[in-house]
Design a protein around this ligand. Structure first.
Ligand SMILES: Cc1cc2nc3c(=O)[nH]c(=O)nc-3n(C[C@H](O)[C@H](O)[C@H](O)COP(=O)(O)O)c2cc1C
Length: 191
């Protein structure tokens, strides 16, 4: 089991340790990274977050939101949804409905992925995303850029938009850095 600290970029970082056990490390923090993705780009963001949390010493599991029957056994939850027509994917909405009672403030993080083209000057989460964050006591969802690829688009609307707006606006450094913030919070929230 990896409970050692991780050295990256020349500096020693705190590992993502269990939130229980005080100063004594009793086990790795188990984090579920659930995602709702139609054309795969949000899934890849979730995987990048999972990889980073793992590098930081968490036991991160990345799963499609609709396959998660129970969140018992996880110390923290990250949920991400692609945004279509300003709305979250249904699987993400249902995930929150299903597990709302088990999600705790300070241990739940949300992200959305969507915008394409030029980076908007203000990145504001969708109204539904903000409302749902509020309901589970999580911070407003962080907003990442998305990807649209004509080869992966099957529906008529998706293909129409992909013909006009294909591109990849995901910023992997930004995504990694957000995952670091989650890991940092898990370290500092140790009691
Ligand atoms: C038909 C359609 C509607 C979309 N609507 C939005 C939207 O309202 N807001 C947004 O930020 N992105 C929107 N997008 C961009 C997608 O969210 C983006 O391509 C995302 O990365 C797709 O994620 P996925 O590959 O995980 O399904 C839309 C894309 C399509 C094809």
């Amino acid at each position: 089991m990896n409970t050692g600290s991780l050295v990256t970029g020349g500096g020693e970082q705190q590992p993502c340790r269990s939130p229980v056990g005080g100063a004594t490390v009793v086990g790795m923090t188990r984090v579920l990274v659930a995602f709702a993705s139609k054309m795969g780009s949000t899934k890849e963001i979730a995987e990048a977050i999972g990889d980073r949390l793992t590098e930081r010493g968490c036991a991160a599991e990345v799963r499609s939101a609709e396959t998660v029957d129970s969140v018992d056994g996880y110390d923290a939850i990250v949920l991400g949804s692609a945004v279509y027509a300003t709305r979250w994917r249904r699987e993400a909405i249902q995930f929150l409905r299903r597990h709302r009672d088990r999600l705790t403030a300070g241990r739940t993080w949300l992200f959305e992925s969507g915008w394409l083209g030029q980076r908007p000057s203000a990145l504001v989460a969708s109204p539904g995303g903000r409302r749902r964050a509020n309901k589970v006591g999580a911070p407003a969802p962080v907003v990442f850029g998305g990807r649209l690829d004509l080869d992966l688009a099957t529906g008529r609307m998706d293909r129409m938009l992909a013909k006009r707006m294909a591109g990849d606006a995901r910023d992997w450094d930004e995504i990694k850095s957000w995952a670091d913030q989650v890991a940092d919070t898990l370290v500092t929230r140790r009691t």
